[in-house]
Design a protein around this ligand. Structure first.
Ligand code: MF3
Ligand code: CO
Length: 254
Protein backbone atom coordinates (compact mmCIF):
# COMPACT_ATOMS: atom_id res chain seq x y z
CA UNK A 1 0.00 0.00 0.00
CA UNK A 2 1.28 3.45 -0.91
CA UNK A 3 0.55 6.01 1.77
CA UNK A 4 -0.19 9.67 1.14
CA UNK A 5 1.26 11.80 3.90
CA UNK A 6 -0.77 14.57 5.51
CA UNK A 7 0.68 18.05 5.97
CA UNK A 8 1.31 17.19 9.62
CA UNK A 9 3.27 14.10 8.61
CA UNK A 10 5.26 15.99 5.98
CA UNK A 11 6.26 18.51 8.65
CA UNK A 12 7.65 15.68 10.78
CA UNK A 13 9.41 14.16 7.78
CA UNK A 14 11.00 17.56 7.06
CA UNK A 15 12.48 17.42 10.55
CA UNK A 16 13.83 13.93 9.92
CA UNK A 17 15.25 15.14 6.60
CA UNK A 18 16.97 18.17 8.06
CA UNK A 19 18.60 16.09 10.78
CA UNK A 20 19.71 13.60 8.13
CA UNK A 21 21.36 16.44 6.18
CA UNK A 22 23.08 17.73 9.31
CA UNK A 23 24.32 14.24 10.19
CA UNK A 24 25.85 13.93 6.72
CA UNK A 25 27.58 17.28 7.23
CA UNK A 26 28.91 16.11 10.61
CA UNK A 27 30.25 12.84 9.18
CA UNK A 28 31.79 14.72 6.24
CA UNK A 29 33.86 16.86 8.63
CA UNK A 30 35.61 13.72 9.87
CA UNK A 31 35.92 11.87 6.58
CA UNK A 32 39.70 11.91 6.07
CA UNK A 33 42.41 9.31 5.48
CA UNK A 34 43.15 7.35 8.66
CA UNK A 35 39.69 7.41 10.24
CA UNK A 36 38.02 4.03 10.54
CA UNK A 37 34.53 3.39 9.23
CA UNK A 38 33.51 2.38 12.78
CA UNK A 39 34.59 5.80 14.03
CA UNK A 40 32.40 7.45 11.39
CA UNK A 41 29.51 5.24 12.53
CA UNK A 42 30.04 6.33 16.13
CA UNK A 43 30.07 10.01 15.12
CA UNK A 44 26.73 9.56 13.33
CA UNK A 45 25.23 7.58 16.22
CA UNK A 46 26.24 10.20 18.78
CA UNK A 47 25.08 13.10 16.62
CA UNK A 48 21.67 11.58 15.90
CA UNK A 49 21.14 10.44 19.50
CA UNK A 50 22.03 13.87 20.88
CA UNK A 51 19.20 15.34 18.77
CA UNK A 52 16.47 13.18 20.31
CA UNK A 53 16.37 11.03 17.22
CA UNK A 54 17.23 7.46 16.25
CA UNK A 55 19.43 6.00 13.51
CA UNK A 56 16.89 4.19 11.31
CA UNK A 57 19.29 1.48 10.14
CA UNK A 58 20.47 0.27 13.58
CA UNK A 59 18.93 -3.20 14.10
CA UNK A 60 16.85 -2.83 10.91
CA UNK A 61 16.45 -6.47 9.85
CA UNK A 62 19.47 -7.14 12.07
CA UNK A 63 21.74 -4.51 10.52
CA UNK A 64 24.49 -3.99 13.14
CA UNK A 65 25.37 -0.28 12.72
CA UNK A 66 23.88 3.21 12.41
CA UNK A 67 25.14 4.05 8.92
CA UNK A 68 26.41 2.23 5.84
CA UNK A 69 29.92 2.99 4.60
CA UNK A 70 30.66 1.41 1.22
CA UNK A 71 34.15 1.81 -0.26
CA UNK A 72 35.27 1.47 -3.92
CA UNK A 73 33.82 -1.79 -5.31
CA UNK A 74 31.31 -1.88 -2.45
CA UNK A 75 28.03 -0.57 -3.85
CA UNK A 76 25.87 -0.23 -0.72
CA UNK A 77 25.29 -1.62 2.79
CA UNK A 78 28.97 -1.74 3.82
CA UNK A 79 29.13 -2.42 7.57
CA UNK A 80 31.38 -0.06 9.54
CA UNK A 81 34.41 -1.73 11.09
CA UNK A 82 38.19 -1.43 11.51
CA UNK A 83 38.89 -0.50 7.89
CA UNK A 84 40.61 2.87 7.51
CA UNK A 85 39.72 5.43 4.85
CA UNK A 86 42.67 6.07 2.55
CA UNK A 87 43.71 8.42 -0.22
CA UNK A 88 42.09 7.46 -3.52
CA UNK A 89 39.04 5.82 -1.97
CA UNK A 90 35.50 6.35 -3.22
CA UNK A 91 33.35 6.35 -0.08
CA UNK A 92 29.56 6.14 -0.02
CA UNK A 93 27.84 7.13 3.21
CA UNK A 94 24.18 6.18 3.67
CA UNK A 95 22.23 7.53 6.65
CA UNK A 96 18.70 6.97 7.97
CA UNK A 97 17.21 9.15 10.70
CA UNK A 98 13.96 8.66 12.63
CA UNK A 99 12.28 11.65 14.29
CA UNK A 100 8.86 11.35 16.00
CA UNK A 101 8.34 7.99 14.27
CA UNK A 102 9.10 9.22 10.74
CA UNK A 103 12.19 8.34 8.74
CA UNK A 104 14.48 9.98 6.21
CA UNK A 105 17.03 8.23 4.00
CA UNK A 106 19.92 9.85 2.16
CA UNK A 107 23.26 8.85 0.68
CA UNK A 108 26.26 10.62 -0.79
CA UNK A 109 29.53 9.47 -2.32
CA UNK A 110 32.83 11.24 -1.62
CA UNK A 111 36.19 11.11 -3.35
CA UNK A 112 39.12 11.00 -0.93
CA UNK A 113 42.15 12.82 -2.38
CA UNK A 114 43.35 11.90 -5.84
CA UNK A 115 41.50 9.59 -8.20
CA UNK A 116 41.52 8.96 -11.95
CA UNK A 117 39.32 11.34 -13.98
CA UNK A 118 36.96 8.50 -14.93
CA UNK A 119 36.27 7.86 -11.23
CA UNK A 120 35.62 11.55 -10.64
CA UNK A 121 33.16 11.44 -13.55
CA UNK A 122 31.48 8.33 -12.10
CA UNK A 123 30.78 10.14 -8.84
CA UNK A 124 29.72 13.45 -10.40
CA UNK A 125 27.50 11.73 -12.95
CA UNK A 126 25.81 9.57 -10.33
CA UNK A 127 24.80 12.70 -8.43
CA UNK A 128 23.59 14.26 -11.69
CA UNK A 129 21.64 11.09 -12.51
CA UNK A 130 19.83 11.43 -9.17
CA UNK A 131 18.92 15.05 -9.96
CA UNK A 132 17.80 14.14 -13.49
CA UNK A 133 15.59 11.40 -12.02
CA UNK A 134 14.12 13.77 -9.44
CA UNK A 135 13.38 16.35 -12.14
CA UNK A 136 10.74 14.00 -13.59
CA UNK A 137 8.72 13.95 -10.36
CA UNK A 138 5.35 15.68 -10.11
CA UNK A 139 1.77 14.66 -9.48
CA UNK A 140 0.59 12.58 -12.41
CA UNK A 141 4.05 11.39 -13.52
CA UNK A 142 4.77 7.65 -13.58
CA UNK A 143 7.36 5.89 -11.46
CA UNK A 144 8.93 4.52 -14.67
CA UNK A 145 9.67 8.07 -15.83
CA UNK A 146 12.18 8.42 -12.98
CA UNK A 147 14.03 5.18 -13.68
CA UNK A 148 14.02 5.76 -17.41
CA UNK A 149 15.64 9.19 -16.94
CA UNK A 150 18.28 7.81 -14.56
CA UNK A 151 19.31 4.87 -16.73
CA UNK A 152 19.24 6.96 -19.91
CA UNK A 153 21.58 9.49 -18.27
CA UNK A 154 23.85 6.73 -16.92
CA UNK A 155 24.14 4.93 -20.24
CA UNK A 156 24.85 8.15 -22.14
CA UNK A 157 27.79 8.65 -19.77
CA UNK A 158 29.10 5.11 -20.14
CA UNK A 159 27.93 3.93 -16.71
CA UNK A 160 25.86 0.90 -15.79
CA UNK A 161 22.86 0.77 -13.46
CA UNK A 162 22.56 -1.70 -10.55
CA UNK A 163 19.14 -3.36 -10.80
CA UNK A 164 19.05 -5.61 -7.75
CA UNK A 165 18.50 -2.70 -5.35
CA UNK A 166 15.92 0.04 -5.81
CA UNK A 167 14.57 3.18 -4.21
CA UNK A 168 11.42 3.03 -2.11
CA UNK A 169 8.66 4.81 -0.27
CA UNK A 170 9.58 6.31 3.12
CA UNK A 171 7.39 7.12 6.13
CA UNK A 172 6.78 5.43 9.45
CA UNK A 173 8.94 2.67 7.96
CA UNK A 174 12.30 3.26 6.31
CA UNK A 175 11.25 1.02 3.41
CA UNK A 176 7.66 1.36 2.19
CA UNK A 177 5.84 0.92 -1.10
CA UNK A 178 6.35 1.73 -3.88
CA UNK A 179 9.62 0.36 -5.29
CA UNK A 180 11.47 3.06 -7.21
CA UNK A 181 13.78 1.30 -9.70
CA UNK A 182 16.66 3.14 -11.35
CA UNK A 183 15.56 1.77 -14.71
CA UNK A 184 12.16 1.60 -16.37
CA UNK A 185 9.95 2.66 -19.22
CA UNK A 186 8.47 6.07 -19.88
CA UNK A 187 4.82 6.20 -18.91
CA UNK A 188 4.93 2.88 -17.04
CA UNK A 189 4.45 2.02 -13.38
CA UNK A 190 2.32 3.59 -10.67
CA UNK A 191 1.15 7.19 -10.91
CA UNK A 192 2.76 9.65 -8.50
CA UNK A 193 0.41 11.64 -6.27
CA UNK A 194 1.04 14.73 -4.15
CA UNK A 195 1.94 13.66 -0.61
CA UNK A 196 3.79 10.48 -1.58
CA UNK A 197 7.27 10.39 -0.05
CA UNK A 198 9.92 8.41 -1.90
CA UNK A 199 13.66 7.81 -1.72
CA UNK A 200 15.35 7.87 -5.12
CA UNK A 201 18.79 6.27 -5.03
CA UNK A 202 20.77 5.50 -8.18
CA UNK A 203 23.71 3.10 -7.76
CA UNK A 204 25.90 3.46 -10.85
CA UNK A 205 28.95 1.39 -11.75
CA UNK A 206 32.03 2.29 -13.75
CA UNK A 207 32.10 -1.24 -15.18
CA UNK A 208 29.33 -3.78 -15.57
CA UNK A 209 26.06 -3.68 -13.63
CA UNK A 210 26.46 -7.08 -11.94
CA UNK A 211 26.80 -7.33 -8.16
CA UNK A 212 27.17 -9.97 -5.43
CA UNK A 213 26.80 -10.05 -1.65
CA UNK A 214 29.71 -10.58 0.75
CA UNK A 215 29.63 -13.35 3.38
CA UNK A 216 28.57 -10.74 5.96
CA UNK A 217 25.13 -10.99 4.29
CA UNK A 218 24.96 -7.21 3.85
CA UNK A 219 27.71 -5.68 1.74
CA UNK A 220 26.88 -5.52 -1.96
CA UNK A 221 29.95 -5.40 -4.28
CA UNK A 222 30.52 -5.08 -8.00
CA UNK A 223 31.25 -8.40 -9.70
CA UNK A 224 34.11 -6.91 -11.73
CA UNK A 225 35.69 -5.10 -8.77
CA UNK A 226 35.36 -1.66 -10.37
CA UNK A 227 34.06 1.26 -8.29
CA UNK A 228 30.43 2.20 -7.76
CA UNK A 229 28.75 5.41 -6.58
CA UNK A 230 25.45 6.02 -4.77
CA UNK A 231 23.41 9.18 -4.16
CA UNK A 232 20.02 9.27 -2.48
CA UNK A 233 17.45 11.86 -1.42
CA UNK A 234 14.10 11.49 0.30
CA UNK A 235 11.56 13.70 -1.49
CA UNK A 236 7.86 14.50 -1.23
CA UNK A 237 5.83 14.63 -4.44
CA UNK A 238 3.96 17.91 -4.94
CA UNK A 239 1.43 19.13 -7.48
CA UNK A 240 4.03 20.81 -9.66
CA UNK A 241 7.17 18.92 -8.74
CA UNK A 242 8.90 17.72 -5.60
CA UNK A 243 10.51 18.93 -2.41
CA UNK A 244 13.81 17.44 -1.28
CA UNK A 245 13.53 16.66 2.44
CA UNK A 246 17.18 15.66 2.91
CA UNK A 247 18.73 18.56 0.96
CA UNK A 248 20.93 21.52 1.75
CA UNK A 249 19.31 23.75 4.36
CA UNK A 250 22.23 26.18 4.69
CA UNK A 251 20.32 29.01 2.96
CA UNK A 252 17.42 28.71 5.36
CA UNK A 253 17.04 30.09 8.82
CA UNK A 254 17.24 27.53 11.59
N1 MF3 B 1 19.36 3.47 2.17
C1 MF3 B 1 19.44 2.05 2.34
C2 MF3 B 1 18.46 1.38 1.44
O1 MF3 B 1 17.45 1.93 1.13
C3 MF3 B 1 19.08 1.67 3.72
C4 MF3 B 1 19.74 0.46 4.16
S1 MF3 B 1 19.08 0.02 5.65
C5 MF3 B 1 20.16 -1.09 6.25
O2 MF3 B 1 18.72 0.27 1.01
F1 MF3 B 1 19.78 -1.35 7.43
F2 MF3 B 1 20.09 -2.10 5.47
F3 MF3 B 1 21.35 -0.59 6.23
CO1 CO C 1 17.13 3.95 0.67
Amino acid sequence: MISIKSNREIKLMREAGILNYKTHEEVKKHLKPGITTKELDKIAYNFISSHNAKPSFLNYEGYPASICVSINDEVVHGIPGKRKIKNGDVVSIDIGVEVHGYHSDAARTYIIGDVAPEIRDLVNNTEKALMVGLSKIHEGAKIGDIGYAISDYAHKHGLSVVRELVGHGVGTNIHEDPDVPNFGNLGHGITLKAGMVIAVEPMLNLGERYVYMLDDDWTICTEDGLPSAHFEHTVVVTKDGYEILTGDISDEKE
